[in-house]
Write a protein that binds this ligand. Structure first.
Ligand SMILES: C[S@@+](CC[C@H](N)C(=O)[O-])C[C@H]1O[C@@H](n2cnc3c(N)ncnc32)[C@H](O)[C@@H]1O
Length: 312
């Protein structure tokens, strides 16, 4: 299948990163390189590095970046420092995280991410990794499955859905799972503009890929790997992810790292490694044109060194 290239909030990301000719930029979630190609073109004669844990994304990105000064590596972004070290790169001028799944992953039924089309219950971003959605759906005790659906999907009907799944085991395709979810929900929960299976599918995807594990540490490693004055842009699509992004960036932008119960600052202050620049959502035209952009939130921050802004 052709890789679809509709990078979310592209202009806002390019502005946020302040891409300049000759700069070095790291895209931790390269996908089909929609963002990274535009960054690489602006950064000429600079250099770009793209990471993705999905080998299909890596192949597509490499193809899309032919002729540009680009290196694409199959790696989890939690290993970003190791990858940069391997390439001999000490620091970069900007880092992008465009979190979650790509349109390509969602639209390929064989990957098992879609509740709209039938396919195997897989959902692994890296098909070389062990656990599939079918393993969770068919193997977990009911309470554990309900907890995943409740916590990672913020689904109020998690208990009913988990009970129905357990009664229907084995469930092996996305179509079967969607049918079980629809059967478990009361009629009033089946209406509305969003698909009733959306939350459960999100929950399983987050659990299969450990999407929230190590995100804070990866953001911190990205900040540490950015030069003074460089920018970090993070696009998040659901509130669980965005909460971690917001909390981590805020923490790194805090001057005083003393425990809150101390009456006076003992750490000397001036410890902030970031300045928060902006929080943006897509313009109405983009939301209209690309429904997948609707839940996007872009946060932009700037690297400081020991509380000192660029030019000070
Ligand atoms: C929303 S898509 C990125 C789309 C890309 N910005 C574009 O313009 O084509 C997110 C990508 O991040 C990858 N991804 C998600 N979590 C990852 C992780 N921990 N490490 C590396 N890649 C990850 C997914 O495989 C997916 O290809």
């Amino acid at each position: 299948m052709e890789y679809e290239h509709r990078p979310v909030m592209l202009e806002e990301v390019l502005d946020g990163l302040r891409v300049r000719p000759g700069g070095v930029y790291l895209d931790c979630t390269v996908g089909g390189a929609g963002h990274l190609r535009a960054i690489a073109e602006r950064a000429r004669p600079g250099r770009v590095i793209g990471l993705d844990r999905d080998p299909a994304a890596v192949a597509a990105a490499r193809e899309r970046l032919v002729g540009l000064e680009a290196t694409v590596v199959q790696a989890d972004f939690r290993r970003l420092r190791e990858v940069l070290d391997g390439l001999g790169i000490e620091a970069v001028d900007g880092v992008l995280f465009d979190l979650g799944v790509s349109s390509h992953q969602l639209d390929t039924p064989g990957r098992g991410f879609s509740y709209r089309e039938d396919g195997p219950l897989d959902m692994r971003m890296d098909p070389g990794q062990g656990v599939t959605a079918a393993d969770l759906v068919n193997g977990l005790p009911r309470e554990q499955l309900a907890r995943i659906i409740r916590e990672f999907g913020e689904e109020r009907w998690a208990d009913r859905i988990a009970a129905a799944v357990c009664r229907s085991r084995p469930v092996s395709t996305t179509g079967e799972l969607t049918g079980v979810i629809l059967g478990a929900l009361p009629a009033r929960a089946r209406g509305g503009p969003r698909h009733p299976a959306r939350r459960t599918f999100q929950a399983l995807r987050v659990a299969v890929n450990g999407e929230l594990d190590g995100l804070a540490e990866a953001l911190e490693a990205a900040v540490e790997s950015t030069r003074r004055g460089g920018r970090i842009c993070v696009v998040a699509y659901h509130s669980l992810e965005d909460r971690i992004v917001k909390g981590t960036l805020r923490h790194l932008a805090t001057d005083c790292l003393c425990p809150p119960q101390l009456p006076v600052c003992m750490c000397g202050g001036g410890r902030a490694r970031l300045r928060l620049v902006s929080r943006l959502t897509p313009l109405p035209a983009e939301r209209e044109e690309n429904p997948r952009s609707r839940s996007a939130r872009l946060r932009v921050a700037e690297r400081l060194v020991l509380g000192v802004a660029e030019g000070e």
